[in-house]
Ligand binder design. Structure first.
Ligand SMILES: [Zn+2]
Length: 273
């Protein structure tokens, strides 16, 4: 149902939800009053030589984000012909089901599969603790996560890719040093992101010997991590970047520590449709 700009303006005035966003320019004193169908409520915002643009979210133009597509909020100006303001709303997290039984082959890396019940994005989930080759110390003290102690350490994973994939989002399930008291948050140096520092990520991923371009620019919080009492953040599935295609057949992924901060992972995800 389409709600007219004027009716929307009147409704918003009644519920005191107006927001003023400062001067938009010179105009006659009654400009705002006229544009909101004679409402007197806005007249106090109008000076003799300038007016304040009055913005209001238009529910009829709002697009709710899904796990498959970004959404948007749209604000319309109630008292001028200024173009609408749009705010992009990030995609929501997928709703993953139960992992499949593990697919294993002798001398190869084991992996699971999964599927989002909402958008039907699929995932091949590589067991990060089941490498075919490794360089450097490799597990945390409990043996539960892959953890490198030295820059340049890496692990390789190989298996027979069951089908060709296109537009594959590469994610890592793991955690970083993220202290609740803020004493050592690595300046938001994402291991799975280029958010801070010199704009490079602290890990490298190669797929069939080609570098993955890491395009993730999120902070820890935006990736869904929660700071821990002793520095250990919560586990989180962090999307790092996208690769255009992966061929069926021989597949190799290499995961390398590039800079001296702790990183712990258990899985590497390849997500595709
Ligand atoms: Zn989904």
């Amino acid at each position: 149902m389409k709600v007219s700009k004027i009716l929307m303006a009147a409704a918003m005035l009644g519920s005191m939800m107006l927001a003023s966003c400062g001067g938009e320019g010179e105009q006659q004193s009654n400009a705002a009053e006229t544009s909101v169908a004679g409402s007197k409520a806005s007249s106090s915002k109008v000076s003799s030589s300038k007016f304040s643009a009055v913005w209001s979210k238009d529910a009829s133009l709002h697009v709710e984000p899904t796990c498959d597509a970004e959404g948007k909020d749209v604000e319309v100006c109630l008292n001028s012909s200024a173009p609408n303001k749009e705010t992009v709303l990030p995609k929501k997290a997928h709703t993953w089901g139960t992992k499949s039984a593990k697919v294993e082959a002798e001398g190869k890396t084991g992996y699971w599969t999964n599927e989002c019940s909402v958008c039907h994005t699929k995932a091949i989930i590589i067991d990060a603790l089941n490498w075919t080759k490794i360089e450097g110390s490799n597990k945390d003290s409990s043996g539960a996560t892959l953890k490198f102690s030295t820059n340049g350490n890496y692990a390789e994973y190989e298996f027979n890719m069951p089908q060709a994939l296109t537009n594959v989002t590469v994610g890592v399930y793991g955690w970083v040093d993220y202290w609740k008291d803020g004493s050592n948050n690595n300046d938001q140096r994402g291991f799975f992101s280029t958010k801070a520092g010199d704009g490079s990520a602290n890990v490298g991923v190669k797929i069939n010997d080609t570098d993955l371009t890491i395009t993730n620019t999120k902070t820890y919080e935006e990736m869904g991590m929660t700071a821990g009492e002793n520095g250990n953040s919560s586990f989180c599935l962090c999307e790092m970047g996208t690769v255009a295609s992966i061929a069926a057949g021989d597949f190799k992924l290499t995961y390398t520590r590039l800079e001296s901060y702790n990183l712990n992972i258990t899985e590497i995800w390849l997500m595709y449709k």
